[in-house]
Every structure is written in C-alpha cells, then in structure tokens.
Design a protein. Sequence first.
Length: 377
Amino acid sequence: MSLPKDDAATLSARWTEGVLLKRDVFSTVERGRFRGESGEVDAVLRRLDEVPWWSFLLARHLFAREKHALALAKGLNVGPELLWAGRRALVRGFVDGVALHLAKPHGDLAYFRSAKAALRRLRRAGICHNDLAKEQNWLVGRDGLAYVTDFQLAACFARRGRLYRILAYEDLRHLLKHKRSYAPEALTPRERKILAKKSFAASLWLVTGKKIYRAITRGLFNFTDREGGGRRLVNDAPVLTELIRKNPAVRDTAIVAFADRRSGVGALCLRRSRPGHARRPVAERACGRKGAETAGAHPSGARAAARRRRQAAHRDPATGCHEPARPDRADDEERPGPSFPQGHPGTAKKSARPLQLRGGSANSLTAPLALKRPHWR
C-alpha cells in the first residue's frame, strides 16, 4: 500500500526524513524537518502507507479523528500544531518535551496546574482526548508546562451534550490519577471525590469493551498497545526492571522502546546509579542474575557481558588496565638507552620532523569526523 500521488509529491518536496519514532498496525510515526511558509521546522509525520490490510479501515478512521481534532486545537498551545494534512498522511509540530512516565514530576504542582489549564482550553474548543490514561500521551515540556499528544481517539463536539460531559469528566479523572501518583498531597477534597467516582460509561467499558479489546489485540493479533513497543515492553521490560532494581547501586531505572525499520522494535534501558557506587554495565548484572533465561531473550547483551567478564579477569586491579603493572617501566626518563660505539649512526642527534599523514596534514586530526548517515530503508 502506497501514499496517494498528491501526498507523496508534497512530502517529497517539503519533508526531510529523520528518525523513526513509532510503528504499529495503525500508523508509522517519524520525526524530521518540514518546510513551511516560514521555513523549515522540526515536525512529526504520521503516515498510513505501511499499515496492514486488516487494520487499514480502523487506521483511516483514527487518522481522520486526529486530523479533525488537531485542526480545532490549532492555536490553543496544548499540543502539537497541525502543519499539513493529506489524505493518508499528516505533519504536526514537534513538542520538545519528555513523556510523563520518564520525567516523573514528583511534587511539581505547577505542571499539574498547567495540565488542568490545558484541559480547560480543550473543553472550550469542544475536544475530548479520550486517551489521557496513558502517561505516554502527557508530555513535560522544556518550559515545564504540560502538553498532550496522540489525538487518534479524540472526539469533537459542536454542542455540550451528555456524552460530551461524560468524556470530559473522564479526561479530568485520568489527569487526577496521574496527579495522585506524583503529587498526592496536593489533591483537594473535590478532586479526591472525582477520583472515587467513575462514570457509568467508564465502568461499563471496564467490564465489557476493554476485555473484548484485549482478547482481540493480544490474543488474536498478538499486538500490545504500548507506543510501538509491543510485547517486548509487556513481557521483557518488567522482568529486567525488577532484576536491575534489586541491585543496591541502582536508584531508579526505566526501559523504553525504540523502533527500527530493519529489526522492528528494540528496548533501551535507562538507569540512575546511587552516589559512590561503581557503574557496572546493566546487561552484565541482569544476565548474571537471570542466567540463561535473560541471555536467551537478549543474546547480544549476553555476549557483551561475557566479553566484559573475560576482560575483567585479566585486568590489573592496581592500574585498571588489561596489562599488569610494570615497575621497570614506571619512568621512561630514568631508563638508560641503548649503547652504541663511537661513530655509530645511532649516536647522531636526529632533528624533529613534523607529523606527516597520508591524505592530509597533522591539523586534520582535529577536524570533525564525517559520520555516515544511517540507511533507514
């Protein structure tokens, strides 16, 4: 499946490909540069040309909902701005921020005040996000303010009827759940009352629709909705996180997914060490504790850990090097040079000559290295 000709022509002229952020059965999301009327800006592209046939109708419906919601939210400063939209692709602005589950704004009351203000602006525009329970859809901007992203499930209303009020209530309740996780002491009595009371639609979804959704996606299609991370974040990440946090030298850890066009999905581990503890590789500790099970799940990490263990066995603890200390080579100035008979060519003083490099001069050592651009396709 390919993009329409007009979409492909616009993207080839105005879009500069960057890195792949996410890929699932509903869309492919990339980050790059988009050339608009005011010049090139950082942007994010969502495209439907790599969607499988069995999910294309639903993917197109979600795409249309996001395009409509972003058009209505333009100028509200609550999320990415819509820069361009075609029939099967759209480009939105890039929000410089970190996802809520990685930023972890413990006790940051200003952030949650800005998040509630963002919900008010969306409510005045008649937009209900409907997917704010996921921490990945909340961003902590560089300016410390709250932004929302991923409007694929958003609903837009011209009138504030009963359904609108129910969905807006659930958006607020999901925000308060995050506030309870990171700033529970700042919850007001009114907010605690909202947290304790689910709407009838939410209760009905939990006992009926959510179970059917999980049975179809996880059972039938073997798909897990974790921002493109899939089953690696569901199956592997909790096991590795538990093993890493058992080490007393680790204060906190997080495992996130990254998409790759060739290998599919990979897992990236971020850890924070405690002060005063040595930083040994995470893969070495995890593979050493879990054994063959973890090594089988991550063969490259197991091989790297085994190589590091072999190197550590031959490392001198006094110097930290792979060769033992040589007391006879402690000071080159004190070592006597070779003795030559009088008149031997070795006794002649040699003049210092500048360093000669093939294809350049000595100054080329300080020149920046030209890195080859990765091949994405």
